[in-house]
Write a protein that binds this ligand. Structure first.
Ligand code: COA
Length: 354
């Protein structure tokens, strides 16, 4: 991957000379990368007993992207393209980065991490690079982690990537129709840098887990990974497949999403209308509409792109923000609340002043 010719805006080594001064964090660049192949609802009708109308009514999705290895589309390659786009947007080079954090549950290999592969692909040199796994909450958890690393003086210029190829774990037969229709592949990335203004960066955060509810959404690697009362074929067909209790997750998401917004606003004494953008994990349009209606938010404050990409796991929040930024709808000083929830079960928020 070639380096950008644009001059670097940020001093990579400034963190080592900060001398304890308070610093903020800012999102300097954003980018995204999508697989070439589009999988429409009409395509799914040919693979399983479903209909375009059912999928659109229940989820708001009309199409999604699906990664193909034969086209060189891997978690690391999509993540590399997304981070390079974010670096270009920030006017920075890969060698300006001192850390890369990748939110993913589908690294191409158990080891090396996707972050190590992306660092190598970009020629980022000898930097800290690691993956963080919190499923669909992963990118929001990564943003909170990176803000804390920067504010504590332990990082300065960080590439934060959300990348998943979840369709590797999806069953496109009738048996999987309640799950497969939701998901798509993709990657997004931010370049987050230290800022001299301590009032930029995370104003409030929430990170939650209810591990007892893991059976609602899981990918087993062996027969004995299944919960005891789970109805599965016992002959390996369901291994490595994403299993979801759709109704339970739906109910959880509708109540949790609203409660999470309220919890985050309460931490800083803000009203729902004070926030300029709610950038949410795209799980189901009905879940997002419910949150919008509960707080009386206008459509332009809660961006929805699930119709085109489906649920892209850790990528979805940064795909949303990248689209808003590319459309010049993101301005300095604005308040942006990032929200995610997913397998684990996990849920979290990150409220930023840009
Ligand atoms: N096409 C047509 N019919 C389908 C179907 C499909 N793809 N998938 C399921 N059905 C059928 C079911 O078999 C069921 O039939 P029955 O009534 O004869 O038993 C009927 O549609 C209703 O199924 P149900 O599961 O109750 O539908 P739903 O309204 O809950 O919608 C989801 C299903 C998956 C769209 C919805 O539950 C959901 O979005 N859940 C949240 C998932 C989520 O967000 N996961 C990610 C978290 S990060």
């Amino acid at each position: 991957m070639s380096e950008t010719n644009q001059p670097s805006k940020v001093d990579k080594h400034a963190v080592h000379t900060a001398g304890g001064a308070r610093v903020g964090a800012t999102i300097l660049g954003a980018g995204m990368a999508l697989p070439k192949t589009v999988l429409t609802n009409a395509d799914l009708e040919k693979l399983m007993d479903t209909s375009d109308e059912w999928i659109r009514q229940r989820t708001g999705i009309t199409q999604r992207r699906i990664a193909k290895r034969e086209l060189g589309e891997t978690t690391a390659s999509l993540g590399t393209r997304a981070l390079q786009a974010a670096l270009d947007d920030a006017g920075m080079r890969p060698t300006d980065l001192d850390q890369i954090v990748v939110a993913t549950i589908t690294p191409d290999m158990p080891t090396p991490s996707a972050a190590c592969q992306i660092a190598a692909n970009l020629g980022a040199g000898n930097i800290a690079a690691f993956d963080l796994g919190a499923a669909c909450s992963g990118f929001v958890f990564a943003l909170n982690t990176v803000d804390a690393l920067i504010r504590s003086g332990n990082a300065r210029n960080v590439g934060v990537v959300g990348a998943d190829i979840i369709t590797r774990h999806v069953d496109y037969s009738d048996r999987g129709r309640g799950t497969s229709i939701l998901f798509g592949d993709g990657a997004g990335a931010f370049v987050v840098t230290g800022s001299d203004d301590p009032d930029t960066g995370v104003l409030a955060r929430a990170m939650h887990t209810d591990g007892s509810r893991w059976p609602d959404l899981f990918i087993p690697r062996a027969d004995d990974d299944f919960p005891a009362d789970f109805d599965h074929d016992g002959h390996g067909v369901d291994i490595n497949c994403l299993h979801m209790n759709g109704r339970a997750v739906f109910k959880f998401a509708v109540s949790t999403f609203g409660d999470l917004i309220q919890e985050t606003l309460d931490k800083v004494g803000l009203k729902p209308e004070d926030v300029d953008h709610y950038v949410c994990h795209q799980s189901n349009k009905r879940i997002l509409d419910a949150a919008r209606e509960r707080f009386g938010l206008p459509e332009e404050k809660l961006h929805i792109n699930i119709d085109r990409y489906g649920n892209t796991v850790a990528a979805s929040v940064c795909l949303c923000f990248s689209e808003l930024k590319a459309a010049n709808r993101i301005k300095p000083g604005q308040l942006v609340m990032f929200l995610g929830f997913g397998a684990g079960l996990t849920w979290g928020s990150s409220l930023w002043r840009l």
